[in-house]
Design a protein around this ligand. Structure first.
Ligand code: AGP
Length: 345
């Protein structure tokens, strides 16, 4: 029997269509404020998968607009009772449930300082939705699986819509609108991805590498493997990795390389070559032949752009985690020790 997680992640093409239609107007309103010259910094607050979506956003926004994006460390507010000076700032609070307690506490503090709140959530009736000055509703349908999949896609999508609107780069929205076609191609990779999951399921731990615009996705893939497969997994930038962590590598090391062709192409080829020489097992999700040729497990991905790569690769990596989870006899919909809403401060 297939999992709810699988059903939800496979629904992503429709989710993206609904999310784009839902948010066009509010995205323009938020972009107008960001373009007004009154805002010099965006602060993001999120946990877990939602946090990883903010990392995708940070790269995309800073690259496209130069507006700094600061990922907030909530203990400043929740533990130390301090916090930021939000002058000329705006807070983007991202929570699929709209109920993460620390996110709400940071929102309350920012609001009390006069900061405008952009709330990004999949629950219109949530406290986050109610406290937001601008609500970006993800319209993904209820997410029942503990593992967030379709809401991650919707979060990345709506955040990239803002990047497109602020930067005036129309190709961003076009790529988001057409991402569903590439996701359909990813669906057909399921048997290949399942073979990869089967052959990797007994590896005790994984290192996930990527770089640049897909770095947030590497973090997210590592979270999914921990959450759904109980595998200790750590993510690094393919370049940061050689500043120390490379010493971990021997023939017992398994590395998942998220390597879309683009500006980071040579970095991906270089790290794959080094890992190969060191005897590591490489599971590559890539459309770069030179990477795939020296990898032990090869998932040939459809070509992507800067703006759809996170969505296209996310679905493949979510499938990998779900398939591995099922092969390990784990129920990916309700991993041990976890709940859908996590109460932390
Ligand atoms: C996602 O797969 C996790 N279950 C978890 O990290 C989750 O994203 C996190 O608890 C944040 O939840 P929220 O988006 O509802 O605030």
């Amino acid at each position: 029997m297939s999992s709810i997680m699988l059903k939800e992640l496979l629904s992503q093409p429709e989710v993206l269509t609904a999310c784009i239609a839902q948010n066009r107007r509010t995205v323009k309103e938020i972009a107008a404020i960001l373009k007004s010259g009154k805002i010099s910094q965006i602060v993001t607050m999120a946990r877990g998968t939602s946090y990883n979506a903010t990392i995708c956003f940070k790269y995309a926004m800073e690259l496209s607009t130069g507006i700094p994006v600061l990922t907030y460390t909530p203990s400043l507010t929740t533990v130390y009772k301090g916090g930021l000076n939000y002058t000329n700032g705006i807070l983007f609070a991202i929570s699929q449930s709209g109920a993460s307690t620390d996110t709400l506490e940071v929102v309350k503090d920012a609001k009390s300082k006069g900061c405008k709140i952009v709330g990004i959530t999949n629950n219109k009736d949530s406290l986050l939705a109610k406290q937001s000055d601008f609500l970006l509703y993800l319209a993904a349908g209820e997410e029942k699986s503990v593992a967030a999949t379709k809401t991650f896609a919707a979060q990345v999508c709506v955040l990239d819509m803002i990047v497109g609107e602020v930067s005036g780069n129309d190709s961003i929205l076009k790529d988001l609108e057409h991402a569903g076609e590439k996701l359909a191609a990813v669906k057909t990779l399921s048997p290949k991805i399942d073979d990869a999951a089967k052959s990797a399921k007994d590896y005790p731990h994984f290192i996930v590498l990527s770089r640049g615009l897909t770095m947030g996705l590497a973090d997210e893939a590592a979270l999914k493997l921990k959450e759904c497969c109980y595998k200790f997994t750590i993510s690094y930038s393919a370049v940061e990795f050689v500043h120390g962590p490379l010493a971990l590598v021997d023939e017992n090391t398994s590395v998942i390389l998220i390597a879309p062709n683009g500006e980071c192409r040579n970095d991906f080829i270089n790290i794959a070559t080094r890992l190969n020489l060191l005897g590591a097992k490489i599971i590559a999700f890539s459309d770069i032949k030179d990477v795939l040729n020296i990898s032990d497990t090869k998932i040939l991905m459809p070509p992507t752009t800067r703006w759809d790569a996170n969505l296209v690769y996310a679905m493949a990596l979510q499938m990998f985690a779900e398939h591995m989870s099922v092969r390990l006899g784990i129920n990916p919909d309700s991993p041990r020790n976890l709940k859908k809403v996590t109460i932390t401060r």
